[in-house]
Design a binder for this molecule. Sequence first.
Ligand code: T46
Length: 324
Amino acid sequence: MKNYRKLEFEKIGEQKRGFITALEQNKNIPFHIKRVYYNYFTPADVSRGYHAHKRLKQVLVCISGSLKVKVDDGNDVEELKLNNPNEGLYIGPGVWHEMHDYSEDVVLLVLASDYYNEEDYLRDYDEFIDYIKNDDKFSDGYFKHDKAIVDSKDIGEETSVWGFSHILAEAKLGKNCNVCEHVFIENDVVIGDNVTIKNGVYIWDGIRISDDVFVGPNVTFVNDNHPRSKQYPDKFEKTIINKGSSLGANSTILGGIEIGKYVTVGAGTVVTKNVKPYEIVVGNPSHKIGYNCQCGQRLSRENQTYKCKCGKEYKKSEGKLKRI
Ligand code: T46
């Protein structure tokens, strides 16, 4: 699978007033943005680039003028023209790239997944070829550490699986997830996009995790609430963690629980019953101490409205918080 591709962004507005294009991390930009840089006043006869990155993910947007980018993943070489501010070029790790034919008015904006680090560059072509050919890190479009075991073929692009983690054959993982060291994922597991699974987490059969969920270090899932050695239930409990929720470090989620969207489970909490959207729960057994926003900050109540410093507002309807 190619680890580069063109992206098309929404063009908001109309000709008579001009346009706006918004770039948002983990939405139309497929990673968390740590750095933005831009390149300008480049003479037409200059070529730049001539390197690949080991880990960095980038999106190149030519916000003025035009240039050509030659991309080479060690198998295929393509030349792509960038001349449209509502178009980007995603370049993932292990893609050699060269930039040529800059127009006089060119401004190349680059969004990057990490801070500048010269050690991430492969600036010698032979070294680049050795790097990508000598192991299978990039062969399936996601990053697999040398010491990870990934039996599943259903792993989304730009996901990273770090060392000493094991993902069984039937498990499904979405795009842009981060599976840290020492994670075990069983077969009947479905995980969405942009999910972070910190170190030391075991995800058993029956567990469903939606997009944008954060699973803190040493979170414990349970899929059999009445375990006996060598006795297997007909079916394991189904546990559902909905979009945008965060499970604090060392929390325990009992089997068959549904955690609503954008919930925060405090560190060390033992979740014994379902949790409604936006609730913050703590303690053993878990109990609600308030509500939080989609952005993760605590909401304050003014009459019937729950407000966040970020500007979002919520109201209760049928016992559940809803965004207004
Ligand atoms: C890439 C393409 C698209 C910094 O100090 N900080 C930075 O954030 C960057 C990007 C560069 N630098 C320094 C490193 C060099 O001494 O700026 C100098 C020029 O960098 P370079 O020759 O790598 O520039 P390009 O245009 O060949 O490549 C740049 C990015 O470096 C590279 O990551 O993918 O744009």
